[in-house]
Design a protein around this ligand. Structure first.
Ligand code: G1P
Length: 276
């Protein structure tokens, strides 16, 4: 049973400066909802009720967002605005939030390793990178699809999508054999390869299901691309020793870590709201 979801959220968000000078990038809104709340809602839909956030300096707004705001709630009580807080109230009521800090930026693998105390060493857990905003308007959310797959294969799973060859340098890229429609057995993974060194154009996006033995793998992972501890390298080791599945998810993904993807997501969600 997967009931925990880890949200690495310690990065600086330099691509959004000056907006992210005093505000966490995970709090940037698509319409009226912060990016991280989209992630939390996706995790809830998938069955998680423990949301664990890896934060860092300057990220307090995230902690405050997932807490009651008595003054504000008192202020808008009985007004038409009250309904705007319904969803966040439900989240706060149903979920437990836990936090720890990543003190130094040593990569995504290191950030996930910091989550070991929060995830424990017994159960599998999900990981969501909130700036990858995912939606499947026609059915199960991306994480729900992955949880269903986990119940079948019981191993680490990464979500993948096809990207143009000249964009592979932005992603972890997998090599693998299809074992069913849209499902690959991973044989190799490379973090942000140059175009001619990429084993495929199947790019990992920010959704993972990890089994707790990943923590030992990360511990034994040497700094890789950009001198950082990469989850891609730990998973590559896992794939060689055991089994890792890559899953071509159904739905859309927006790279809200880039201004272009952020604007695209904004337009998409605006049109979706308008047609409701
Ligand atoms: C991280 C991972 C990368 C993955 C990407 C998905 O990179 O290291 O393997 O493909 O997320 O968004 P980042 O975008 O944080 O540099």
């Amino acid at each position: 049973m997967i009931n925990r979801c880890l949200f690495p959220a310690a990065g600086y968000g330099t691509r959004f400066l000056p907006a992210t000078k005093a505000m966490p990038k995970e709090m940037l809104p698509i319409l009226t909802k912060p990016l991280i709340q989209y992630g939390v809602e996706e995790a809830m839909e998938a069955g998680c009720d423990i949301m664990s956030i890896i934060t860092g300096r300057g990220k307090r707004a995230i902690t405050d967002h997932f807490d009651i705001s008595y003054e504000l709630e008192h202020q808008i009580q009985g007004s038409s605005k009250e309904a705007l807080l319904d969803k966040i109230r439900e989240i706060i009521e149903k979920c437990t939030f836990t936090y720890t800090r990543q003190n130094e930026m040593k990569g995504l693998g290191d950030a996930i390793y910091k989550g070991k105390v929060l995830m424990g060493e017994k159960d599998p857990f999900a990981v969501i990178l909130a700036d990858d905003l995912c939606i499947n308007p026609k059915g199960d959310g991306i994480l729900t699809q992955m949880v269903k797959l986990y119940n079948k294969y019981r191993c680490c799973i990464v979500a993948i999508m096809e990207v143009p060859k000249d964009e592979v340098y932005k992603y972890g890229v997998i090599e693998g054999n299809a074992i069913e429609d849209g499902v690959f057995m991973v044989s190799n993974m490379v973090e942000k390869p140059e175009i001619d060194k990429a084993p495929s154009n199947l790019a990992v996006i920010g959704r993972y299901i990890l089994t707790p033995d990943i923590f030992d793998m990360i511990k034994n992972t040497k700094p890789g691309k950009n001198g950082e501890i990469q989850i891609t390298d730990a998973l590559c080791e896992q794939a060689k020793k055991g089994m890792v599945i890559a899953y071509k998810f159904k739905g859309k993904r927006f790279d809200c870590g880039s201004v272009e993807g952020f604007v695209e997501a904004t337009n998409y969600f605006y049109n979706l709201e308008k047609t409701k």
